[in-house]
Write a protein that binds this ligand. Structure first.
Ligand code: NAD
Length: 257
């Protein structure tokens, strides 16, 4: 078991990447604190883990609220005695997020508050807990869009993921000597609800697929496997990385026919 005796907190654990990671972490021996604003989804994740005879607890936390983030970390320490792994994964991609001209200020603010401030709050309250545990691993979910431009605009989302990536780099350096590693997961386009809602026509889907060398969308469980590596001690010399799990999209100039 790769996460035996570790406690992991996962934000946005009610669906997609967060849920798959919660299930995998628990299977690998971690005690999982699943947090979300979607209580139904979050509780369902926990029920799935418990049904498999593993350990998890749910806590309602909106990552854009400081008090919620402080409380979720306190809950993890209170429930399981310590915190070793923090997966800042919650994020949104709003349907009304478009180009600079069309995007409303409110959509920009909402996206930044969840995708960027949420990661900051996770770290603000999570890092003291990791210190108390003698160190740990933080994984922040960024995206391939932090590295590549797209003709399907989502200006706020793209900017938010760029911020996550640069924040991750600085966090990694600042905390390197405290035995705290900080890495960014950069998923490619995935077949999750979040992206499929955005690419809501076959034409939009095909427009994306043509750029992916593997010719398919990724799966949430493929992200979970990468997060497991970054969370576990197997990645003990990995920090500040942009961990690309993207079917080759960022390496491509021309893709196979
Ligand atoms: P998802 O929508 O399935 O899951 C996101 C979860 O975050 C949901 O359960 C949602 O309720 C929760 N959430 C939303 N706002 C929240 C808030 N304020 N506080 C707490 N929880 C909140 O999407 P997913 O694809 O699993 O996305 C997870 C992460 O991966 C996001 O950061 C997303 O930007 C990123 N990502 C996704 C893709 C993709 O193609 N799906 C690609 C690159 C990056």
């Amino acid at each position: 078991m790769r996460l035996k005796d570790k406690t992991a907190l996962i934000t946005g654990a009610g669906s997609g990447i967060g849920r798959e990671t919660a299930l995998l972490f628990a299977k690998e021996g971690a005690r999982v604190v699943a947090t979300d604003i979607n209580d139904e989804g979050g509780k369902e994740t926990v029920a799935m883990i418990r049904e498999a005879g593993q350990e998890a607890a749910y806590f309602h936390a909106d990552v854009s609220k400081a008090a919620d983030c402080e409380a979720m970390v306190a809950f993890a320490e209170r429930t399981y005695g310590k915190l070793d792994i923090l997966f800042n994964n919650a994020g949104i991609m709003h349907n009304d997020d478009g180009d600079a001209v069309s995007t409303e200020e409110a959509i920009w603010d909402l996206t930044m508050n969840i995708n960027v401030k949420g990661v900051f709050f996770g770290c603000k309250y999570g890092i003291p807990a990791l210190r108390r545990a003698g160190g740990g691993s933080i994984i922040n979910t960024a995206s391939f869009v932090a590295l590549l431009g797209a003709a399907t605009p989502q200006i706020a989302y793209t900017a938010s993921k760029g911020a996550v990536l640069s924040m991750t780099r600085e966090l990694a350096i600042i905390h390197a000597r405290e035995n705290i590693r900080v890495n960014a997961l950069c998923p490619g386009p995935l077949r999750t609800e979040l992206l499929m809602k955005f690419l809501n026509t076959e034409e939009k889907k095909q427009r994306r697929l043509v750029h992916i060398p593997m010719g398919r969308f990724g799966e949430a469980r493929e992200m979970a496997a990468a997060v497991l590596y970054l969370a576990s001690d197997e990645s003990s010399y990995v920090t500040g990385s942009e961990f690309m799990v993207d079917g080759g999209i960022t390496a491509a100039y021309v893709t196979p026919e």
